[in-house]
Ligand binder design. Structure first.
Ligand code: 13P
Length: 257
């Protein structure tokens, strides 16, 4: 399993192009080059171009928050994975906000995963249960269903380019973060599922993240947890010092662990 931690900042619909550039400047001052941590920034589509020119590639990589699964055509308002190629290395796919606010379904999410791979980038597939599903004891089956659907048509060889983020919906933007044991149980389930579908090597290689109210004070516990390869950070990634703290936790662990 990769010892390198993956820390992904999902800025969501925050920061216009100028603000994004200023924020990157701040991060650049606070975050050093770490060979044991990969830091990925996911701004809005508009900011990608300017950030890609500004960015220190030894410190940061870029990701998109979404894409469309067709390469080109009459799809007003959409941006394809093919258009992101060369600009981003990662694309977040199936975030719960995309699923719940914009009505994305599993089939479309699987097509987006395919499109991202086809354009030689790495999808970060998001899965996770609602509060009600959790109360009803459906967490495992929801995760299982979303992983199965999202990875439909993916080959074992392609699995090394897939990242899966467990983001329980009730924990997103609420401050109500998941217990470390629950996160470990969820990533164990996903890894077992990947093993069943794609074999032991794929299960070992696949990087599994936790997301949901991660901040400077709880990040360390997740980063230390068995089977957790990194974090997908929302609101705390909009605060430069907090985000830098999270990155430095990941680095310290890499050094000591
Ligand atoms: P918060 O960290 O704000 O809970 O958001 C998590 C998230 O949705 C990251 O994709």
């Amino acid at each position: 399993m990769s010892a390198k931690k993956l820390i992904v900042a999902n800025w969501k619909m925050h920061f216009n192009t100028g603000q994004a550039s200023l924020f990157l400047h701040k991060l650049d001052q606070l975050i050093e080059v770490h060979h044991d941590v990969e830091v990925v920034l996911c701004p809005n589509f508009l900011a990608l171009q300017s950030l890609s020119l500004q960015l220190n590639r030894r410190k940061f990589r870029l990701g998109a928050q979404n894409c469309y699964y067709k390469d080109e055509g009459a799809y007003t308002g959409e941006v394809s994975a093919a258009m992101l190629h060369g600009l981003t290395q990662y694309v977040i796919v199936g975030h719960s906000e995309r699923r719940n606010i914009f009505g994305e379904r599993d089939k479309e999410i699987a097509q987006k995963v395919q499109a991202v791979l086809r354009s030689s980038m790495q999808p970060i597939l998001c899965v996770g249960e609602t509060k009600q599903e959790r109360v009803d004891g459906e967490t495992a089956s929801v995760i299982h269903g979303q992983v199965t659907a999202g990875l439909a048509n993916v080959t074992s060889d392609e699995m090394e380019n897939i990242v899966i983020a467990y983001e329980p919906i009730w924990a997103i933007g609420t401050g109500d973060f998941a217990a470390v044991e629950d996160v470990m149980a969820a990533v164990r389930l996903v890894r077992e599922q990947v093993k069943g579908l794609f074999g032991a090597k794929a299960a070992e290689q696949v990087r599994l993240l936790y997301g949901g109210s991660v901040d400077g004070s709880n990040a360390n516990a997740y980063l230390k947890a068995d089977g957790v390869n990194g974090l997908l950070v929302g609101s705390a990634s909009l605060k430069a010092h907090t985000f830098a703290t999270i990155v430095s936790h990941a680095h310290t662990l890499g050094k000591n662990g």
